[in-house]
Design a protein around this ligand. Structure first.
Ligand code: PLP
Length: 378
């Protein structure tokens, strides 16, 4: 049996999404910036996709900018949000994705900003009182706090952060890569200035995403070139990707409740099976399934002798999971997120992440292999 439990790293593309993209690849090859008919029909596809996305999120199409994915969108939000608004202080957390932390650290190193980290507790939950103190002490900060942590699944309260940012005149960026298409974001109500999406996390293609820029903040171009993306991001658009992204988001919204219920059920089932089969198993992050990202389950195993071999052994059994962010795999420095929340024990920790394509049989198979491994290394 082969099991894919690494959907927080990336998801398999939905065949319906592929079909839409394939149609465009086959039939629409004009350059969308060309003013002739071949170009105009492709421009129409892009603008239609932008409108679809904006409508789903209750945003304006002029607030959606296509990017190469989550990393570029995060970089753009942070760099432009800070520099173009004359901000000199940023607040973030030590459990953000490297797309956020490394960007902020580079800006701190260059002397552009002073960077403060808000405290998080052992589940990765933001200390909102500390956040308020930091906002109070520093006039007009840039706040970058993710919606769902990609390793733990712990959620932040976007409404609460948005209210605090409004109260203290701060600009608010939320890395929503893990929740776009999994929760219905209503941008007419949220007080975020920047939000991001990567299509490959929601059964769309890789290498495409978008940055939402609330019309109340102004930023200057990030990539200079042609007039694409209303002069904000030069370069011929990834047309197939854009069409695939819009289709993937549309499908995610259409079936969101049903998928949420199904995937949450799988996660709860796996928690129950693990508890019943492996004494001493521990769950990292927010354990209340109603208060966490339903696609992510982070588990620490009691078999300390196995240490780094757990993922290797799972891989041999045909199970793909991860120890943390896929972008850091191979660097072997441990998870910066687990290190930041501390106290996860000596045994190996594994992130299992689910999608609509996973089944209970896959959970049963995985738990039986985990039990065998834990007994072998006890
Ligand atoms: C929370 C978070 N932010 C940003 C990214 C980067 O997205 P991309 O792979 O599209 O560059 C990821 C991807 O793992 C993520 O999980």
């Amino acid at each position: 049996m082969r099991v894919y439990f690494d959907n927080a790293a990336t998801t398999p593309i939905d065949p319906e999404v592929l079909k839409e993209m394939y149609k465009v690849m086959e039939n629409h090859y004009g350059n969308p910036s060309s003013i002739h008919g071949h170009g105009r029909e492709v421009r129409t596809l892009i603008e239609r996709s932008r409108k679809t996305i904006a409508n789903l999120l209750h945003a304006s199409p002029s607030e959606i900018f296509f990017t190469s994915g989550g990393t570029e969108a995060d970089n753009t939000a942070i760099r432009c949000g800070i520099v173009d608004n004359g901000i000199t202080h940023a607040i973030s957390s030590q459990i953000e994705h490297h797309a956020v932390i490394h960007t902020l650290e580079a800006m701190q190193k260059a002397g552009t900003i002073k960077l403060s980290y808000v405290d998080v507790d052992s589940k990765g939950t933001v200390d909102y009182d500390h956040l308020e103190r930091l906002l109070k002490e520093n006039d007009r900060s840039f706040v970058s706090l993710m919606h769902a942590n990609n390793e733990l699944g712990t959620l932040s309260d976007m409404e609460r952060i948005g209210d605090l940012c409004e109260q203290y005149n701060a600009i608010y960026h939320s890395d929503t890569v893990q929740t776009m298409g999994h929760f219905a974001h209503d941008l007419s109500k949220l007080k975020t200035h920047f939000m991001v999406c990567a299509a490959h996390k929601l059964h769309g293609p890789k290498g495409i995403g978008f940055l939402y820029v609330n019309h109340k903040v102004k930023i200057k171009p990030f990539i200079y070139g042609g007039a694409q993306e209303r002069n904000m991001r030069g370069g011929t658009e990834n047309v197939y990707g854009i069409v695939g992204l819009a289709k993937a988001l549309e499908m995610a919204y259409a079936d969101m409740e049903q998928h949420q219920q199904y995937i949450q059920g799988l996660k709860s089932y796996m928690i129950g099976q693990l508890k019943a089969s492996i004494p001493g198993v521990k769950f990292n992050g927010e354990t209340d399934v109603d208060k966490s990202l339903y696609t992510v389950l982070n588990v620490s195993f009691p078999c300390s002798d196995m240490a780094d071999m757990m993922l290797f052994n799972l891989d041999i059994a045909g199970i793909s999971a991860s120890g943390g962010s896929a972008c850091s795999s191979g660097t072997d420095i441990g998870s910066h997120v687990l290190n930041a929340i501390g106290g996860i024990g000596a045994g190996p920790s594994v992130r299992f992440s689910f999608s609509k394509y996973n089944t209970k049989e896959e959970v049963d198979y995985t738990v039986s292999k985990l039990k065998e491994l834990c007994m072998a290394y006890a």
